[in-house]
Design a protein around this ligand. Structure first.
Ligand SMILES: CC(C)(COP(=O)(O)OP(=O)(O)OC[C@H]1O[C@@H](n2cnc3c(N)ncnc32)[C@H](O)[C@@H]1OP(=O)(O)O)[C@@H](O)C(=O)NCCC(=O)NCCS
Length: 186
């Protein structure tokens, strides 16, 4: 029997750089968040598929907060690496920066985490290679990913329970002071 396959983090580290062209802008002249999300999905796929050696699908995205606007003409670089592998899933950490080529100013716009699952030829989840942690940062990211998964699972369970027991009529008083109006009678 052959030994299980492992790849180092550096094997699949991927950077995608793209120029922000005018057609990517919204009416305010800034880059649409959806353009950045699409690029993030693309780089996450490239990184995950390289590690997995298989087609991968996006399952969940964590931590998408756009901290600063991105301008037309800036060079956006998305740096992706595998932070964690489970059995069939992988978590890809993506750091996004935007650079003004004239001034050389570099902004960190966001860091997000994409969980992807590898699929076999029959579209079933399939095992991914293990991960070789090459330095302290790789180990820190793996440990953080474990914590992120644990908290995310806890949040999903608690929110599902909270939704089940939510008694809307009893809780309507909480809308006082909120910027909404009730426009129904029953
Ligand atoms: C995600 C998907 C593969 C899960 O399939 P499944 O038959 O439920 O498989 P499993 O329950 O065995 O889960 C597979 C892996 O996904 C992980 N997973 C499933 N749901 C998850 C979630 N909400 N968050 C994080 N990980 C999740 C599981 O933990 C498991 O990881 P592991 O093998 O490393 O332990 C399946 O729902 C799917 O194909 N969804 C569509 C994905 C897609 O098409 N995305 C593109 C966007 S349109």
């Amino acid at each position: 029997m052959s030994a299980p396959l492992y790849h180092p983090v550096s094997y699949s580290r991927t950077t995608l750089t793209e120029l922000m062209i005018p057609s990517y802008a919204n009416f305010g002249g800034k880059i649409h968040g959806g353009i950045l999300l699409s690029l993030m999905d693309k780089v996450a796929y490239a990184c995950a598929a390289k590690h997995a050696g298989n087609y991968c699908v996006t399952v969940t995205v964590d931590g998408v907060n756009f901290l600063q606007p991105v301008e037309v003409g800036e060079l956006v670089s998305l740096m992706a690496s595998i932070n964690y592998v489970g059995n069939t899933s992988l978590m890809v950490g993506i750091k996004v920066i935007a650079e003004n080529v004239k001034s050389g100013l570099v902004k960190h716009t966001n860091t997000s985490y994409f969980t992807m699952v590898a699929k076999d030829d029959d579209n079933n989840p399939t095992q991914v290679p293990g991960l070789i942690l090459e330095n302290h940062n790789d180990a820190r990211r793996f440990l953080e990913a474990l914590k992120r998964r644990e908290l995310s699972r806890r949040y999903q369970t608690e929110f599902a329970e909270a939704k089940t027991v939510l008694a809307v009529e009893k809780e309507l008083y909480k809308l006082q002071g909120e910027r909404c109006k009730i426009a129904y009678d029953d």
